[in-house]
Design a binder for this molecule. Structure first.
Ligand code: URA
Length: 215
C-alpha cells in the first residue's frame, strides 16, 4: 500500500488542491449559497469491511447535500441495493438527515469535489488520491472494495500502490491487491442504467459476490 504521509482521510471543506474544482465550487456557492459546495465526506460505518468507491459528487446531488450519492440519480440504485442486501438500516430519503445508517459499509469517492460535467481531469484524480489512500488505511476491518467504474478502479489501485495496468477493469471482475479483494462494477449512473449497460440485478450480483467472498 502506498504511504499516505500524514494525509487525513477527508479533505478540508475549503480544500485548495484543484484550481478548476475550486473555481467551480465558488461558482456553485455564489449561485446556491445554501448548498454544501465542498468535498463530500465519506459516509458510513467506521468499522466497515466493505468500501464502495464512486467517481465524484454530482453537482446537484452530493455537492448539494454533502453526503456521497445522496440526491444523485446514481444514489437511488446504490442505496436501494445496500438496503436489499442488508447493508443498511433505515430508509434512504435522499437527504443527509434521513437517519439512514450503513452497516459494515462505507461509501467514498475517488474525487471528493464535484467536477464540471461529472468529468474529473487526470490531475484532479491524482491530487485527490492521497485522501482515498488515507481513507482505505483508516478502516481497520476493511477486507473488500467495490469500485464503481474504471476511474474508481484505477484510482483505488493507485491508492493501494498498484499499477492500474496490472488489473483490467470489467464488470463483475475480482482482483486481489495488497491483501484486499476488489470487485468492479459499472457505475450506477443515469447513463448506464438508462442504456441498460447496468441493470439492478447486475449491480446487486456484485454486492452478493462481495458478501460471499467474506465466508
Ligand atoms: N454521486 C457520488 O457521490 N459519486 C458518484 O460517483 C456519483 C454520484
Amino acid at each position: 500500500m502506498s504511504k499516505v504521509s500524514g494525509c487525513p482521510p477527508e479533505p478540508d471543506h475549503g480544500c485548495p488542491l484543484c484550481p478548476r474544482l475550486v473555481a467551480y465550487r465558488a461558482r456553485n456557492r455564489a449561485a446556491e449559497p445554501d448548498w454544501f459546495n465542498g468535498p463530500a465526506p465519506s459516509f458510513g460505518d467506521p468499522g466497515a469491511w466493505l468500501l464502495v468507491v464512486g467517481l465524484a459528487p454530482g453537482r446537484t446531488g452530493a455537492n448539494r447535500t454533502g453526503r456521497p450519492f445522496t440526491g444523485d440519480w446514481a444514489g437511488d440504485l446504490l442505496y436501494a441495493t445496500l438496503d436489499k442486501v442488508g447493508l443498511s438500516r433505515g430508509t434512504y430519503q435522499a437527504r443527509p438527515d434521513d437517519g439512514l445508517e450503513l452497516s459494515g459499509v462505507m461509501i467514498t469517492n475517488a474525487v471528493r469535489c464535484a467536477p464540471p460535467e461529472n468529468k474529473p481531469e487526470t490531475g484532479e484524480i491524482a491530487a485527490c488520491n492521497p485522501f482515498l489512500a488515507a481513507r482505505i488505511q483508516s478502516l481497520p476491518r476493511l477486507t473488500t472494495l467495490i469500485c464503481l467504474g474504471k476511474i474508481a478502479h484505477d484510482a483505488t489501485l493507485r491508492a493501494l500502490g498498484e499499477r492500474p495496468s496490472r488489473h483490467s477493469f470489467g464488470h463483475g471482475a475480482r482482483h486481489t491487491v495488497a491483501g484486499l479483494t476488489l470487485f468492479d462494477s459499472y457505475h450506477c449512473s443515469r447513463y448506464n442504467t438508462n442504456t441498460g449497460r447496468l441493470t439492478a440485478p447486475m449491480f446487486e450480483a456484485v454486492f452478493h459476490a462481495a458478501l460471499a467472498s467474506r465466508s
